[in-house]
Ligand binder design. Structure first.
Ligand code: PHE
Length: 342
């Protein structure tokens, strides 16, 4: 190889490296920076390493000049990398006046935003707030009493099976030291609210629940529910249906039909599954019903005086429906390319 060819090759290398490091700076992306470093300065098969092979091929008398040039290029590439790294990590040698070129485009910081599930929660809270429901929260670590007992789910009930729940290996602080578990439903909050206050009650609670389900496109071991509870005198199923219809049309838009299918929950009587008609299909959103008299008794209310309704709907399901997301796992993959769309 002639000295000229060798030098030309090195010049090309500097030119393409400065373009690529510039790209990395513009994207403010550590990943791209690292890939670019490996591409040019990688110890095994970086382009600089590759160019070094040419050094062995130039004529003997040209070797000193070629070697000198090679070392300059090596230093130059290392400087390019260092300069890009300084900019991307935001610190470094920015103080040097000559490094500041105000005519260059600025470096746009990548802004984060609220996760689609949190956006949905905020919106649902808002909708229910306009209907007069106050948002409350309950703990995610619950005891037997709030997750089962007070909800009319006795010890022998299959819903309490260890295989269907995340029991924790710690003793409960309250209610006779029963088991503790990650709550499997937000209905726990119904009990907590009724234990602490007197009717009339009108609350919603939105939060995480946990079930050891097989994970697939529609199931995840953690998901969110919106729980609603209204207790007052003369509350009927018609009130429940009216509230759910308003809720659905506020979120999904339009004059939505609501369908109740008979079902069973230990803590409501009668119990229903709630379907909403949307874009020509029936969508199932969760359960609901009139609060079971046993539940009212468990919290010290008189079922002869007050009645109530409760519902529990899946937040992911609502969010996925609205945005046309067809796999729940997308929501929890932390893939910013996916999340940036919302
Ligand atoms: N807690 C029930 C579930 O998780 C849903 C529900 C809530 C049903 C309130 C009725 C009343 O499946």
């Amino acid at each position: 190889m002639s000295l000229n060819d060798f030098i030309k090759q090195l010049d090309d290398l500097v030119e393409s490296a400065s373009k690529r490091f510039e790209d990395a700076i513009n994207q403010t992306d550590h990943q791209v920076l690292e890939e670019t470093r490996v591409e040019f300065l990688g110890a095994k098969s970086g382009k600089l390493k590759e160019a070094q092979k040419g050094l062995g091929k130039v004529a003997k008398e040209d070797k000193p000049a070629a070697g000198k040039r090679f070392n300059e290029v090596k230093t130059r590439l290392e400087e390019l990398f260092q300069a890009a790294a300084d900019v991307i990590t935001g610190g470094g040698k920015k103080g040097k006046a000559e490094a500041l070129d105000v005519t260059l485009p600025g470096i746009r910081p990548r802004l984060g935003h609220v996760h689609p599930i949190t956006q949905t929660i905020d919106e649902l809270k808002d909708i229910m707030g306009r209907l007069g429901f106050t948002a409350v929260e309950g703990p995610e670590i619950e005891d037997d009493w709030h997750n089962f007992e007070a909800l009319n789910i006795p010890l022998e009930h299959p819903a309490r099976d260890p295989l269907d729940n995340f029991y924790l290996n710690i003793a409960a602080a309250s209610h006779g030291g029963g088991n503790q578990l990650l709550r499997s439903q937000t209905s726990t909050v119904q009990i907590r609210v009724m234990e602490e206050s007197q009717p009339p009650i009108r609350i919603v609670s939105l939060g995480r629940v946990y079930r050891p389900d097989e994970i697939d496109a529609t199931h995840y071991a953690m998901f969110h529910q919106i729980e609603g509870l209204l207790v007052d005198t003369n509350v009927t199923m018609a009130d429940l249906k009216y509230v759910l219809r308003l809720f659905a049309s506020s979120y999904l838009g339009g004059d939505i039909e609501i369908r109740f299918r008979p079902s069973f929950f230990p803590f409501t009587e009668p119990s229903v599954e709630v379907d909403m008609r949307w874009q020509d299909t029936w969508l199932e959103f969760g359960g609901a019903g009139m609060v079971d008299p046993n539940v009212l008794k468990a919290v010290g209310y008189d079922p002869e005086i007050v009645t109530g309704f409760a519902f529990g709907l899946g937040v992911e399901r609502l969010c996925m429906r609205r945005h046309g997301i067809n796999d729940i796992r997308y929501l929890y993959d932390s893939n910013t390319k996916f999340l940036a769309q919302f």
